[in-house]
Design a protein around this ligand. Structure first.
Ligand code: B12
Length: 207
């Protein structure tokens, strides 16, 4: 973890963030480790927002800085092959956060999965339609708002009621999601980051 990068991200110091990302990349640091530092910094941005030190404009700014920084990261190019099959994912309805979901998409693609990204604010019906169409072994639901946990729960229950859960595991992720959330919404697995997601999905398809 780069302390300088975590702090610059938290302080929304765009120039230092970009400079540090370039430097770490040149030193050969794994792009996923760089993302972990940026993610940690975003966590601090979130706390400052909660404590009213930051406002919505700072949240928006943080997303811009993060996206700019992640564009500098090579080594996560899409492989184009789909040797591990299809992974469907989207951000649950009423939630428009997509940075984490987009990272998961990129990293899954670069690890040989075909990813169907349903976007943000995805209604339950759209998840169900996609499961019927693509028959994925794993479906991912991203959720960054605690107020949307019930939406995830409803979505997972609807997938089960439609008889689509026997061959499909449901993976959830997003900043505030933890094991207790996983139990509450009845997900199969909770993933803390993109690498966890890849490891779990590979294990599952290789069985
Ligand atoms: C940036 C940001 C925004 C941006 C989002 C821009 C975008 N395009 O995504 C904007 C400004 C739009 C925004 C809006 C809001 N936000 Co906001 N936001 C954040 C912030 C600071 C960072 C989120 C982020 O991108 N992190 C970096 C990424 C890389 O991390 P990540 O999302 O966790 O993803 C990783 C893992 O979790 C995992 N993962 C993520 N998704 C998935 C999915 C699957 C399937 C898997 C397997 C893994 C996985 O892998 C990723 C990579 O490692 C968080 C703070 C935080 N701690 O998360 C608040 C936060 C989520 N927001 C919050 C709030 C309150 C809001 C607003 C309601 C504010 C408002 N008053 O309008 C709105 C809601 C809009 C809506 N309806 O969705 C709160 C939520 C609090 C709560 N208890 O629910 C937070 C926690 C801030 C806080 N502490 O108060 N936000």
């Amino acid at each position: 973890m780069s302390k300088r990068l975590v702090e610059a991200m938290a302080d929304l110091d765009e120039d230092v963030v970009l400079e540090e990302v370039k430097a770490l990349k040149e030193q050969g640091v794994d792009p996923l480790d760089i993302i972990a530092s940026l993610q940690e910094g975003m966590g601090i941005v979130g706390k400052r927002f909660e404590e009213k030190e930051y406002f919505l404009s700072e949240l928006i700014m943080s997303a811009e800085v993060f996206n700019e920084a992640s564009q500098l990261l090579g080594g996560m190019e899409q492989s184009g092959s789909s040797k591990y099959g299809v992974f469907v994912l989207g951000t649950i309805y009423d939630d428009i956060h997509d940075i984490g979901k987009n990272i998961v998409t990129t990293v899954m693609r670069s690890n040989g999965f075909e990813v169907i990204d349903l976007g943000v604010d995805v209604p339950t019906a759209k998840f169900i339609e996609a499961i019927k169409e693509y028959k994925p072994k794993v479906v991912g639901i991203s959720c960054l708002l605690t107020t949307c946990f019930d939406n995830v729960k409803e979505c997972i229950q609807a997938i089960e009621d439609a008889g689509l859960r026997n061959d499909t595991k449901i993976l959830i992720g997003g900043g505030p999601v933890d094991e207790a959330t996983g139990k509450y919404v009845k997900a199969d697995v909770v993933a803390k980051n993109a690498q966890n997601t890849v490891d779990y999905c590979k294990e599952l398809v290789e069985v």
